[in-house]
Design a protein around this ligand. Structure first.
Ligand code: HEM
Length: 507
């Protein structure tokens, strides 16, 4: 803490110096901080680490695209628990489920904090569970979300998910070549209906603009937690000509979009509640509760707004990514698609579309969903946790304040656990009696410990329904277009009655 205060105080003083002196000063600052940290802790061995540069550490060696693959490659040399350093920041990479469970679950009191995400805070993501450090506010936000997305509670949302899965099936038919937009619409529509009680029916819906702006902002503000401003938060106070300040400037520009995501649904739902037209939703449920408990304060409203916004932020793109991975797998592994369709046909024979009551009778579809989670990952290196105290694991020091990554990619591709891991093979989870391999179900995709994804039960039902519905109606194939590019197209199966009944329902 002393070092941090010292750094801030001197950096603020340096701000008033010339541009040149600031750069020299920052370099001296980093060197001194690293030296002080290392000197204190030299007594215990740190986890093994690839060779690093002086001062920069592994900065130059960590690729900005798909770092999780490099982590997994290094882990084969340096082991399941590995240390990387960027300037003075320690990053602990966990590449096995065993290590992630040992630390993030069994010692969760020490591994449930998060680092600061200054760029996202400037952008307006406050207070947002994903970025809140461990403490009372974290517990409050977790409670708000867990109450609403528990395994028992999400059963209530199945009619919404089923309707959207069928709407997706029609949209795929009516908009050939636009599966990306249609699957995005599916994921966003479920979240918006459950979080805000709003049903998206047309392209000019104001919520569509809000979610597009949000998506643009989030994808144009650098890798979360790893921009120069995240590494050196003081940079956010520097003028925009100063090197490394770019993403702070961008985040300020995007603030209005993120605030709209917080404010617009909130004001709409409050208005509808006064008029008596509000549909049940996360927002209306919590606004009603605050009213009944006499807790209608600005602080409580901010918490509810933040919790509602994080549902969209964390739940829409992740679900969409998984659906895209599924479609890719179906085009590359037609034999898996054929086996899934044979399973559905044997059960329903075109008499109706599957719903969630068929889940247990369609185990291969469930295996496809699990394999989609494992084969390619929606959140490939997880979201970093941060240690609160020094810890010792298998004789190695895990320093206080380290960022700890459960590397989903490394865990999923572990060939000691999964045979031929780069192959999409849903049958690997089936019992041996059904020509399966009984390999363990993937579990890293939703994270670990007290930070485990609270939306996982909801996400899996959305995915299962979308996958089962698509496979019932279409053959998904890759087709080469006139410009030689490969496209994913949907060909109708011989199910005329099902298409007709879909239309009649006027989704
Ligand atoms: C396939 C879809 C999804 C995937 C792959 C996914 C994955 C993840 C992962 C890896 C984390 C980090 C966990 C950790 O830090 O250990 C996370 C956190 C989170 N997820 Fe999901 N998620 C999905 C869907 C959803 C949905 C639908 C919601 C909302 C209902 C949601 C809400 C959240 C929230 C609020 C957090 C932050 C939890 C915290 O920091 O305590 N996610 N998710």
């Amino acid at each position: 803490m002393d070092i941090v205060l010292w750094v801030i105080a001197v950096a603020v003083a340096a701000f008033w110096l010339t541009k040149m002196s600031i750069c020299v000063f920052l370099v001296v600052l980093v060197v001194t901080t690293v030296w002080l940290k290392n000197r204190k802790r030299s007594a215990l061995p740190l986890p093994p680490s690839p060779p690093a540069d002086p001062i920069l550490g592994h900065l130059r060696h960590i690729p900005s695209v798909a770092p999780e693959d490099q982590f997994a490659t290094w882990s084969r040399i340096y082991g399941d628990v590995m240390l990387l350093r960027v300037f003075n920041r320690n990053m602990i990479i966990l590449n096995t489920a065993e290590a992630a469970i040992d630390l993030m679950e069994k010692r969760s009191w020490n591994y449930s904090d998060r680092p600061e995400f200054p760029v996202l805070e400037i952008m307006g993501w406050v207070p947002t569970l994903t970025f809140i450090g461990y403490g009372k506010r974290f517990q409050k936000h977790r409670r708000l979300l867990q109450q609403y997305f528990s395994k028992q509670k999400v059963v209530q949302y199945q009619p919404i998910q089923l309707r959207e899965a069928r709407r997706l099936a029609l949209n795929l038919l009516d908009n050939p070549g636009e599966h990306e937009a249609m699957t995005r619409r599916f994921s966003a529509a479920i979240i918006i209906r459950i979080a805000y009680g709003h049903e998206i029916k047309s392209d000019d819906d104001p919520y569509i603009k809000i979610v597009e702006d949000t998506g643009h902002a989030v994808t144009h503000c650098g890798p979360p937690g790893s921009t120069p401003v995240d590494l050196f938060p003081i940079l956010q106070y520097f003028p925009s000509w100063f090197p490394g300040t770019y993403f702070a400037e961008k985040a300020r520009e995007f603030n209005k979009y993120i605030r709209a995501l917080h404010e617009y649904p909130f004001s709409q739902v409050r208005k509808q509640m006064v008029e008596g037209t509000a549909k049940p939703s996360f927002l209306s449920y919590h606004l009603e509760r605050l009213n009944q408990e006499g807790l209608e304060t600005e602080e409580e409203f901010d918490d509810v707004k933040g919790a509602a916004a994080v549902i969209y932020c964390a739940g829409a793109d992740t679900t969409w990514s998984n659906l895209s991975i599924f479609l890719l797998a179906m085009t590359l592994y037609p034999e898996c698609q054929a086996r899934a369709q044979a399973e559905i046909d044997a059960l329903l024979d075109g008499s109706r579309l599957p719903d969630i009551t068929d889940h247990d009778s369609l185990p291969f579809i469930d295996c496809i969903m699990k394999e989609t989670h494992r084969w390619l990952n929606a959140v490939p290196s997880g979201i970093p946790h941060r240690t609160v105290e020094d810890d010792v694991y298998k004789g190695m020091l895990i320093p206080k304040g380290s960022l700890v990554f459960a590397n989903v990619r490394g865990i999923s591709m572990n060939d000691a656990v999964y045979h031929d891991p780069s192959k999409f093979k849903p049958s690997r989870y089936l019992p041996k009696s059904q020509s399966g391999q009984e390999e363990p179900e993937p579990l890293a995709q939703f994270g670990f410990g007290r930070r485990i994804c609270p939306g996982r039960h909801l996400a899996d039902v959305s995915l299962w329904l979308a996958m089962a519905t698509i496979l019932s109606l279409y053959e998904v194939k890759k087709v080469r277009g006139p410009d030689d590019s490969l496209k994913c197209l949907f060909f109708k199966r011989n199910r005329a009655g099902l298409y007709a009944s879909l239309r009649q329902r006027q989704l």
